[in-house]
Design a protein around this ligand. Structure first.
Ligand SMILES: [Zn+2]
Length: 309
């Protein structure tokens, strides 16, 4: 009996010692909720709400194209250690399924598009395709009202995983929702400078659908006529685009950093439109023009209004 108790004491002591001897996480992240976000835009919005209470890793580096990204073994290790994984969803992150399959771990996937009303890609449909089969347009963030819906999903997920910081998450989310409403009002004021007949958007790929729907623009074409950058136009598609640019008298094509510049330059040469740089699927680093989502929207809206008014 005595021997057994001693053994138990020894065991307990050993376990305690083992726990103390574990390699410690970086002191600043100790005990924090471990969170991974896919894109820089998702990461920024999660950071606005999680603040100092979470240890956040963003998978995509600034400037990376979310359509073409491939996860590295380090990314898998980060996901394996995470408690929450925030994703844009709606088919943006093609790398997500293989990543989750290979990473293992317990991370709960939080799909930020789950309560966003998705628009279908009618533009890309072959004739006769039923609307239900259209893939969703994944670029939901180009309407700040959708990001407002994200904040509710993020707040709920963080609060459930880490109820001790519920008040902080709620305050941060309320504060950020106010900033998003201000952004929406500012965009309405800005785009009012563009006459309705000039609200025609041509971009590198069709990424401004939600923006166009919300603020009264029309996407009349794109250099890559689809919702992803991972394809290229046929000669006929390029000719049709140039025809549309001429027909509508479009003065500018908005191009991100991820498109093949040779194609954009060809369209500019053929039609005389101006190429206007814009941010598409990624924020910049801290020293760039668009280190946060709010900066990104300000930059793009200014570029659009300046070119079309
Ligand atoms: Zn895109």
């Amino acid at each position: 009996m005595k021997g057994k108790r001693l053994l138990l004491t020894l065991l307990t002591t050993t376990l305690l010692l083992a726990a103390c001897g574990r390699p410690a996480a970086p002191p600043s992240d100790e005990g924090k909720l471990r969170v991974v976000a896919t894109t820089t835009i998702v990461g920024d919005v999660v950071r606005q709400i999680g603040g100092e209470a979470i240890a956040l890793t963003v998978l995509l580096p600034p400037g990376a194209d979310p359509h073409a990204f491939e996860a590295t073994p380090q990314d898998m290790a980060r996901v394996a250690e995470a408690q929450l994984l925030f994703a844009n969803g709606a088919g943006l992150e093609a790398f997500l399924d293989p990543l989750l399959e290979n990473a293992g771990g317990q991370a709960e996937l939080v799909d930020l598009s789950q309560n966003v009303p998705l628009r279908a890609f009618r533009e890309k449909l072959a004739e006769g395709t039923p609307e239900a089969e259209a893939p969703p347009d994944p670029h939901v963030w180009t309407d700040p009202n959708n990001v407002l819906l994200w904040t509710e999903t993020i707040e709920a997920a963080l609060t459930e995983a880490d109820p001790a910081h519920a008040d902080l998450y709620h305050q941060n989310a309320e504060h950020y929702r106010e900033a998003l409403r201000t952004l929406d009002a500012w965009i309405r004021e800005e785009v009012a400078q563009v006459p309705p007949e000039r609200r025609k958007l041509v971009t590198d790929h069709l990424f401004l659908g939600y923006f166009a729907d919300r603020y009264g623009f029309e996407q009349i074409g794109a250099i890559i006529p689809g919702y992803t950058t991972v394809s290229s136009p046929s000669a006929q598609e390029l000719a049709a685009l140039e025809e549309a640019i001429r027909r509508y008298g479009v003065p500018a094509v908005f191009v991100g950093t991820t498109v093949n510049p040779a194609l954009a330059e060809q369209v500019a040469r053929d039609t005389g439109v101006k190429l206007v740089p814009i941010y598409t699927g990624s924020l910049t680093g801290p020293d760039g023009d668009a280190p946060t989502y709010l900066d990104y929207m300000h930059y793009d809206v200014r570029a659009i209004v300046e070119a079309l008014r």
